[in-house]
Design a protein around this ligand. Structure first.
Ligand code: 3PY
Ligand code: MG
Length: 258
């Protein structure tokens, strides 16, 4: 693989922007991958794809040379291993609440001696241009694991989560974090000073532990706000949101003038 790996770039200081795919279609995923995103994430938690569609989407993304990432469904460790086997470079695990949750993630996705991942990464080897021995030697280093911080409990356990070996970054789920911290009053973080403070704490703790601070954002405006907090891996909008915004914008122009 000639380009710097995702995990290397996450360790640096640059800002990385990722698309967010929810539509179960490889052509849509490929269209995003052809744009200037640094990585392309498939959402297997709230997106509408199953394994077969996700596989086609990963092939479309990696086919244009972009790093593919997957946000897991809840209890998604076996799906995560299958995603790594087909060449996904980054995993975003939802609802990580404590160090034991991180340890289970790392155990499932790293080969011994760091974990107990099972062998069978045939497409990943082809995508990475690596033989079997080289893949085995490099896989643990190449896989980027993000723990999602999206509950009050996770914020309370930030230090021990960040200190657990094996993570590349912490990734805030702003809606669930807000719902958890406001006891279900709202999902909207702006206007909730405690939630915004918790986001800043995630940035500080991640940096102190040499991890990349990441966050989901629903649009470019919120992405800019979070980047100003110091987040360095930022997913922006989604395929569906971009389609709806483009459609609304065209109709706004035409309906106003007719
Ligand atoms: C959240 O905001 O809770 C997320 O998980 C983003 O999809
Ligand atoms: Mg969430």
């Amino acid at each position: 693989m000639s380009r710097a790996s995702l995990v290397e770039r996450l360790r640096g200081s640059e800002l990385l922007l990722s698309s967010w795919s929810t539509v179960p279609d490889p052509l849509v995923a490929e269209t995003l991958a052809r744009d200037r995103w640094d990585a392309c994430t498939i959402d297997l938690q709230h997106g509408m794809m199953g394994y077969a569609e996700a596989r086609a989407m990963v092939m479309a993304i990696t086919g244009v040379g972009k790093p593919a990432m997957a946000r897991l469904p809840l209890d998604g460790l076996s799906m995560a291993a299958r995603m790594l086997d087909i060449g996904v470079e980054g995993i975003i695990a939802p609802m990580i609440n404590c160090a034991a949750d991180v340890a289970a993630l790392v155990d499932a996705l790293r080969y011994p001696p760091d974990g107990n991942r099972s062998w069978g990464a045939y497409r990943a080897m082809a995508v990475g241009g690596l033989g079997r021995e080289a893949y085995l030697a490099e896989a643990n280093r190449r896989v980027a694991l993000f723990a999602m911080i999206e509950t009050r409990e996770a914020v309370a356990n930030l230090e021990t989560i960040a200190a657990t070996p094996g993570l590349a970054g912490l990734f805030v789920g702003p809606s669930d974090l807000t719902i958890s911290m406001t006891q279900g009053r709202t999902y909207e973080p702006d206007g909730e000073p405690d939630v915004l403070e918790a986001m800043r704490e995630v940035v500080a703790v991640a940096k102190a532990h040499g991890l990349c601070p990441g966050i989901f954002t629903p649009n470019a405006q919120q992405a800019a706000l979070r980047i100003a907090y110091g987040f360095r891996f930022v997913t922006v909008g989604s395929d569906l949101a971009f389609m709806a915004a483009g459609s609304a914008s065209a109709l706004n122009t035409l309906r106003q003038s007719n």
